[in-house]
Design a protein. Structure first.
Length: 461
């Protein structure tokens, strides 16, 4: 039998599976949902940005490239009824040892590093990702919220972040206790889990993976975390259903070991051991040795040194900054600021003068639209932020870039501050940005230093 014939057999069997028994229109159309697909996208992008600022996202181009290829292959195998053109599927690795994956509405997927290291075959890894894609395509997150009550996009996104903090993120929410607003998107009903399993098995077969590998990975995960199968539904019944459904599908020459899969696992296993999710969350919340800023009396700002120091950040980029500026890093951005210009207030790091360099999640292949999404995200936390200029052509890391000038009212000084944001798209679709800020009356004084810092940014190949 040719690969084309095999695909047609799998496709026919998939339709039988989808339309069988209790899965008739529900699996294809998904459960009732008061939200639009565009709402899913907005909620997912907002939540992904919050997650990336809280958790240690691993930036390794080879690993990211492999996972992206798996996601694209699986998404392409979705039935046409579930091919939401609005959705932006993406995948990132959380540098934690847990064996799990997490899906957000509209397309973002986060895979724990421990899952990749524990998978024995490409199919086992694809099986978990296919299950998460099933939740996204069937829009289970916002459907579950619809069952409880309706929230704004921002409120739902923050609920997702709260669930990450409690270790319940993605489709793996605990079924214990009452469902409230903070867990609405995460505690999928048993029927949702069965639908995600069924659609995942289907998609695996159409994409050329052995669907039995999903059942094998469930066993692997259950050995690593005995609560996982309970959290995902009906344990043995789910496992048996996956095996039964996989047996109804035929895949000729399924994907087995591949060099890209082995390279990804080898790279991860060669790194320092990953922390637990709990430890990563504690580190994300910790403000080590960062002074508190007095909102009424900000500190004296130390002049920028003429000497510059080179920093290499996350194996992604290098940058040169004044030697007396402090590095303040979190999981997805780094701030360089002079003494007296940074601190924490209201549970978050703030700075009045300095440079922030970071990554925004992929939401568009168009630089202008991606930049607009970043500015909208900044404005959601800064209601006084105003755009002062149209997008100007610029350069960042030797790549075409956009430069935008905005103003804001500093939460520290209460005075107007000026910000310039320069953005460019990386090859993996993420948005690299450099944001410089200083009080409006001092900006001209700092501008030469800012320009020197931004022009020094270089991608590490």
């Amino acid at each position: 039998m040719s690969r084309g014939q095999s695909a047609r057999v799998a496709s026919a069997a998939l339709l039988v599976l989808l339309w069988r028994g209790a899965l008739i229109a529900q699996t294809v159309a998904g459960p009732p949902n008061a939200y639009t697909p565009q709402d899913d996208v907005e909620i997912g992008l907002y939540a992904a940005a919050l997650v990336e600022r809280r958790l240690p996202v691993l930036h390794d181009e080879a690993v990211s490239r492999y996972l992206t290829s798996v996601v694209r292959r699986l998404v392409a195998a979705l039935p046409s009824e579930l091919q939401h053109p609005e959705f932006h599927y993406s995948v990132q690795v959380i540098d934690v040892r847990e064996v799990n994956a997490h899906a957000l509405p509209g397309g973002p997927i986060f895979v724990d590093r421990g899952l990749i290291e524990s998978a024995r075959t490409p199919g086992e890894l694809a099986g978990v990702i296919a299950h998460e894609i099933g939740h996204i395509a069937l829009r289970h997150g916002t459907a579950q919220a619809t069952r409880v009550t309706e929230f704004t996009a921002a409120a739902l996104a923050r609920a997702l972040l709260a669930a990450f903090d409690e270790g319940r993120a993605g489709g793996i929410g605990s079924e214990k206790g009452p469902v409230d607003g903070a867990t609405a998107l995460l505690q999928f009903a048993p029927e949702d889990e069965r639908q995600a399993d069924a659609l995942g098995v289907l998609v695996m077969a159409r994409a050329g993976y052995d669907p039995h590998d999903m059942a094998g990975m469930l066993r692997t995960i259950s050995r690593a975390d005995r609560t996982w199968l309970i959290d995902h539904g009906e344990s043995e019944r789910r496992h048996e259903a996956i095996v039964r459904e996989a047996a109804s599908l035929r895949v000729e020459n399924p994907v087995r070991d591949t060099p890209a899969f082995e390279r990804a696992r080898t790279r991860l296993r060669g790194m320092a051991p990953a922390p637990t999710m709990a430890a990563a969350l504690r580190n994300g919340l910790r403000r080590d040795a960062t002074p508190s800023l007095d909102l009424k009396r900000p500190g004296r700002i130390e002049p920028a040194s003429a000497r510059f120091t080179t920093y290499a950040e996350r194996n992604l980029f290098r940058v040169r900054v004044p030697s007396n500026w402090r590095e303040l890093a979190d999981s997805n951005a780094v701030v360089f600021a002079p003494r007296g210009a940074y601190g924490h207030t209201g549970g978050q790091t703030v700075f009045t003068h300095g440079v922030e360099i970071g990554l925004a999640p992929r939401n568009s292949d168009d630089l202008r639209r991606a930049t607009d999404a970043l500015i909208d995200l900044l404005a959601s936390d800064s209601p006084n932020l105003r755009r002062l200029s149209d997008d100007d052509r610029s350069s960042l890391a030797n790549q075409p870039a956009i430069r935008v000038v905005v103003s804001n009212v500093s939460e520290v000084t209460g005075q107007e501050e000026r910000m310039e944001i320069v953005t460019t798209l990386l090859r993996d679709g993420r948005l690299l940005y450099a944001l410089v800020v200083a009080p409006r009356d001092h900006f001209d004084q700092y501008e030469p230093t800012f320009r020197r810092v931004v022009s020094s940014i270089a991608i590490i190949e």
